[in-house]
Design a protein around this ligand. Structure first.
Ligand SMILES: Cc1ncc(COP(=O)(O)O)c(C=O)c1O
Length: 420
């Protein structure tokens, strides 16, 4: 059956044919049947150089044989026990040893679960009600996180999804990323009742937005001053730029960290961890409830250990350098063709924004020309390059991307950008 027929079937079964909204795009999403290294092949047999890499986790490339072997070995030993296993301890230790701020942790099945539990434990530990998140920060699809700023941006959030009670959104304050004054203002008003500030250290869900100098440091200082907790959501950035968290690169210690994506090697995963005194509040030792039938899943643990074992020996300058060279090429195309666009990059993540101005936060990101991005996306697709299908996602480089991929990508980008 060809892709279009399959998609018609999918539309009968899943809302808009997909199991996660950003996977849908007009006229129909590419349907992949297999992938290896940097390349993914659709059901019609067309090959693409993949820059989505499963939205980040596949940092080693697709179908890494050693990771696959470890998963297969675990399949033969059993795939679910509902009791503690040695591999949970192994993967937990790898993460704890790599990320300085983590004394103890719990595995979950997704980044969404990780941030949901992290927020609950922050509230349980501090006994405070409010959470402060950043406009444009994404922490998964649960009610505490689907909150955007209200009309006066300096007040409580409002639901960004229907179905989220206004009562919940009134417990979430929304600040502006890279705007310390907006955070200080909220703390001046509500500081004694703010349980935690949660932020992605590098925004990765409105394209890539880097922290400005001292912004994250000021979050650390303000939260300490008010006895609030600082949560770094490193679901994307954990093990992405180095064998650690972004926090270790910049030398800031959050109280709680969430991770996902890479630590599961492509299998469903999440993790939250941090200070021992906070993590000890979790049941059964403490009175903050958190649980999951599949948490610490044996297949995920096997994939995660295999991935991090390989990653530990890798030289991250390979993927960071690839992205830096691509950024340079893109910048020269932008100026040569006279396009209103800026390229944002953080190590091995990048995004091209069709925007006249620098993109530093939610409001500048959302002023980008998404129609242009869509044109570029489809132009690249035709030429066998698969970018994540939204201006507000991020391209990821993997260790499988090579010089052939680089040249083919530069040629395709040049042809597409020239026509914009
Ligand atoms: C920063 C961040 N936090 C949380 C999540 C949610 O993770 P998951 O999709 O595994 O639930 C995501 C997903 O992209 C994310 O980028």
């Amino acid at each position: 059956m060809k892709s279009s027929d399959l998609f018609k079937e999918a539309m009968e079964i899943f809302p808009m044919g997909v199991n996660s909204p950003v996977r849908y795009y007009s006229p129909e999403p590419v349907m992949f049947q297999q992938a290896r290294g940097s390349r993914a092949i659709n059901v019609n047999g067309k090959e693409y150089i993949d820059y989505s890499m499963g939205f980040g986790p596949m940092i080693l490339g697709h179908a890494n044989p050693e990771v696959g072997m470890k998963i297969k070995e675990q399949v033969d030993r059993g795939i679910l026990f509902g009791s503690l296993t040695e591999n949970e301890i192994k993967l937990g230790k790898i993460i704890k040893n790599a990320v300085k701020s983590i004394d103890m942790l719990r595995f979950t099945n997704s980044g969404t679960e990780a941030t949901m539990h992290a927020i609950r434990v922050a509230r349980g530990f501090t006994g405070k009600k409010y959470i402060l998140k950043m406009e444009g920060g994404y922490h998964g699809a649960h009610d505490y996180a689907l909150i955007k700023s209200g009309s006066g941006t300096m007040t409580f959030g409002v639901p960004s999804s229907s179905g989220v009670p206004a009562e919940v959104s009134r417990t979430v304050l929304v600040g502006q990323y890279n705007d310390t004054e907006s955070i200080e203002k909220l703390f001046r008003e509500y500081g004694n009742d703010i349980a935690a500030v949660i932020t992605e250290p590098v925004l990765g869900n409105i394209g890539v937005v880097n922290p400005e100098k001292d912004f994250l440091k000021s979050l650390r200082e303000i939260t300490e001053k008010y006895s609030s907790l600082l949560i770094f959501d490193e679901v994307i950035t954990g093990f992405r730029f180095a064998f650690s968290g972004y926090q270790d690169i910049i030398g800031i210690k959050p109280d709680i960290t969430t991770m996902g994506k890479i630590i599961g090697g492509g299998a469903p995963v999440g993790m939250f961890g941090g200070r021992k005194d906070i993590m000890e509040k979790i049941a059964p030792a403490g009175n903050v409830y958190e649980a999951g039938t599949f948490s610490g899943n044996p297949l995920t643990m096997a994939a995660g250990i295999a991935t991090l074992d390989i990653l530990k020996a890798k030289d991250y300058s390979q993927i960071n350098g690839y992205a830096a060279r691509l950024e340079k090429e893109l910048n020269s195309m932008v100026s040569e063709y006279g396009i209103n666009a800026v390229v944002n990059r953080c190590y091995s993540m990048f995004q091209i924004f069709f925007n006249k101005k620098n993109v530093t936060d939610y409001s500048t990101a959302t002023r980008s020309d998404t129609a242009k991005f869509n044109k570029m996306f489809h132009g690249l697709l035709e030429r066998g390059i698969f970018f994540p299908p939204s201006q507000f996602e991020t391209e990821f480089i993997s260790f499988a991307h090579d010089e052939n991929d680089f040249r083919a990508t530069v040629d395709a980008m040049s042809a597409v950008l020239k026509c914009l």
